[in-house]
Design a protein around this ligand. Structure first.
Ligand SMILES: [Mn+2]
Length: 303
């Protein structure tokens, strides 16, 4: 093959850039959702999509794929990935922004069976999940330090504290939520009781540290799964660049094993990767780790 004289820039892993107004199909696609209007503590997630694209140059896709030392196999050879840009959110009210996120997610789903959304704070999972409202018996696997199942924060019912509460209220097809990585001293007791009452599976970081294999055994199996990967599930020593870090978190190995198991045991219909706040980490390690997590997710699905 002739070596290229020039390469795409500004896209995730040097993938092809395409516009959601035109018709195309791809094996997988990423879409940025650059907002942090809904955070309760430290903003910055609005810059995650661009920081992720920058960091992902480290994992720019070679046509022949990556050689995986652990397995001796090549992964992601000829991977057909599109970067569909960022949802146009500037100047919109929060409600109009949610509508646009849902519309953009629906448009992306028409073009690929493997859509991955690059947040953004965690509030975006509610409008994103609305775009999956026809998937029967939908299961959510949420890797997160926090429940994000509070009824409200003050007057706000759509903050990054509530996305999964709103999702289960709005979506009759959303059967079950499994949350793994919970910890910290700020758990909302009402949210915790409400999640348990609805039958959600709640797994603490302590349980992951004690016995990862048994936690993997509690993940759904044989279902259509939407994976929501909040990067604050990782320990702040691994990933400090996030709005609400919590000590005593997961190692990269633990989180990657959980994400891979969720994919291998089920059919992944979509995923989001949220709450990276890149400017809170001057080393840029956090964006690099998150870009790696996205590539590992693609490799888990695709091989
Ligand atoms: Mn979260």
């Amino acid at each position: 093959m002739n070596a290229p004289l020039a390469l795409p820039v500004g896209s995730f892993a040097r993938s092809v850039q395409r516009d959601l107004r035109s018709d195309w199909r791809a094996e997988a696609a990423v879409l940025g959702v650059p907002t942090d209007q809904a955070v309760g503590f430290r903003p910055g997630a609005r810059w995650a999509p661009s920081a992720l694209r920058d960091a992902s140059l480290r994992y720019a896709l070679p046509p022949e794929g990556f050689f995986d030392l652990a397995t001796g196999k090549t992964v992601l050879a000829g991977f057909d990935l599109v970067d569909a840009g960022d949802v146009a959110l500037a100047g919109l009210s929060p409600e109009a922004a949610r509508e646009r996120v849902t519309a953009a997610a629906r448009a992306l789903r028409e073009r690929t069976s493997l859509p991955v959304f690059l947040g953004g704070d965690h509030s975006i999972s509610f409008p994103l999940l609305r775009a999956f409202d026809e998937v029967p018996d939908l299961h959510v696997v949420q890797l997160d330090a926090h429940l994000d199942y509070s009824d409200r924060r003050g007057e706000d019912r759509f903050s990054n504290r509530s996305p999964f509460r709103r999702a289960v209220e709005a979506l009759e097809n959303l059967t079950h939520v499994t949350v793994v990585g919970l910890r910290g001293i700020r758990t909302d007791p009402e949210a915790h009781a409400a999640a348990l009452a609805r039958g959600h599976t709640l797994v603490s970081a302590d349980e992951v540290h004690a016995d990862l294999e048994s936690v993997i055994g509690r993940l759904p199996s044989g279902k259509k799964v939407y994976l929501s990967f909040d990067v604050d599930v990782l320990d702040p020593s691994v990933l400090p660049g996030t709005g609400s870090p919590e000590v005593d978190g997961l190692s990269y190995r633990q989180a990657a094993r959980l994400a891979r198991a969720a994919v291998e045991r089920n059919e992944l219909v979509g995923a989001d990767v949220v709450e990276l706040a890149p400017h809170l980490d001057a080393s840029a390690l956090s964006a690099l780790v998150t870009a790696r997590a996205v590539m590992d997710l693609f490799a888990a699905v695709r091989g």
